[in-house]
Design a protein around this ligand. Structure first.
Ligand SMILES: O=C(O)CCC(=O)C(=O)O
Length: 289
C-alpha cells in the first residue's frame, strides 16, 4: 500500500496537463505500418510498440487516472464492472480531454483497422490497475466473449502500459495464435485460470502500447510486487457489433457538445445502427459477471 501512497505524492508534483498537439507524440506515431508488423499481428495476434508514448503523454495519463481513482473512490469502475484485487475505471472518454485525444491517434487507428477493417468504433475506454501483492489471476478470456464471425475479426484492444509490465507485477499472459481458433477458452479448458502450455507473458516498458486482437486468449496475472501495475485499454469493435459501453448514453451531453466530428464518428454518436445495437446490448465482458 505504501507504494500506492507514494504514487499519489508523485502525481501531485506533476504540473497540470495542457492539451497536446500532434508534436507531443513520438516520431514513431507518424510512420506507416510495415510488413513485419502486419505479419506479427496477423500470426501472433498482438504487436508491441515500444516507447510509443512521449514522456509528457505518459505522465499526463498517469496523473489524470490517479485523480479519477481518488475522486471516484469505491464507485470507481462501476459504470462497467468492478474486479477483485484490482482498481478499475470506466467511461474515460467522459473524464478528460487527454483520453479523447488518445482514441484517435492516427497510427493507432491504422493498426486497429488492420484487424477490424475500415469501419469500426470505440467500444469502451477503461483503466485497470492490479493491486500490490494481489494473487488474483484473470481466467484466460476473449474480450466481450467474442469469437470471429463470418466477416472475420470484430474486437481489437489497445493496451497502454502506464507502468513497466514485468514477470513479477501482473503482466498479461496470452496464447499467441489463439485468435485464429474460433473458440472461447471457457468452452474448452477445464480451468481457464490455470496455466496454459502455450502461454507467454507480455512484458514491456511503461510508455509502450500493445495492439491486441482480443479474440486471442489472454488475461492478467498475479502482482507479486509492492507497486500497482496500471494500464489503459482503448477497446474498439467493428461497426456492426454493440459497443461494450454505449457512449451516447455514458458521455455527458456537455462533453458530447464539445467533441469534434472525428470524435463523434469514432464514438458512433450519430449512427442509428449503433443506437439499435448498443442501447440494449452493451456491457458484455470477457469474464466479469
Ligand atoms: O491487466 C490488464 O491491463 C488487462 C487485463 C484484461 O485482459 C482485462 O481486464 O480484460
Amino acid at each position: 500500500m505504501s507504494c500506492v501512497a507514494g504514487m499519489a505524492l508523485e502525481t501531485r508534483r506533476t504540473p497540470p496537463y495542457t492539451p497536446l498537439d500532434r508534436g507531443d507524440f513520438q516520431e514513431s506515431d507518424r510512420n506507416p505500418m510495415n510488413e513485419r508488423e502486419k505479419q506479427h499481428l496477423n500470426d501472433e495476434g498482438y504487436l508491441l510498440l515500444e516507447n510509443f508514448m512521449s514522456k509528457e503523454l505518459l505522465e499526463a495519463v498517469r496523473h489524470r487516472i490517479e485523480e479519477i481513482f481518488a475522486e471516484e473512490g469505491e464507485r470507481a469502475g462501476a459504470e462497467f464492472k468492478q474486479e477483485p484485487q484490482s482498481r478499475r475505471l470506466a467511461n474515460l472518454v467522459n473524464k478528460g480531454e487527454i483520453f479523447q485525444q488518445i482514441i484517435v491517434i492516427p497510427r493507432v487507428l491504422e493498426y486497429v483497422s488492420h484487424v477490424l477493417g475500415p469501419r469500426f468504433k470505440l467500444s469502451s475506454l477503461n483503466a485497470r490497475s492490479a493491486n500490490p501483492y494481489s494473487d488474483w489471476v484473470q481466467p484466460l478470456h476473449c474480450d466481450a466473449g467474442a469469437v470471429p464471425d463470418e466477416k472475420g475479426y470484430w474486437v481489437c484492444n489497445v493496451i497502454w502500459l502506464l507502468d513497466d509490465f514485468t514477470t513479477e507485477n501482473g503482466a498479461i499472459r496470452m496464447v499467441p495464435g489463439s485468435h485464429q481458433w474460433g473458440i472461447l477458452p471457457q468452452d474448452v479448458l477445464p480451468d481457464p485460470q490455470g496455466p496454459h502450455a502455450d502461454e507467454v507473458l507480455l512484458t514491456g516498458r511503461a510508455g509502450s502500447a500493445v495492439i491486441m486482437n482480443v479474440h486471442m486468449w489472454h488475461g492478467a496475472t498475479a502482482n507479486r510486487t509492492g507497486s500497482a501495475r496500471r494500464a489503459l485499454h482503448s477497446f474498439y469493435c467493428r461497426w456492426d457489433k454493440p459497443q461494450q459501453q454505449y457512449q451516447k448514453k455514458l458521455v455527458s451531453p456537455e462533453v458530447q457538445r464539445r467533441l469534434s466530428p472525428e470524435l463523434r464518428k469514432i464514438l458512433a454518436l450519430d449512427d442509428p445502427l449503433n443506437d439499435e445495437l448498443s442501447s440494449e446490448k452493451s456491457g458484455a465482458s470477457g469474464f466479469l459477471r
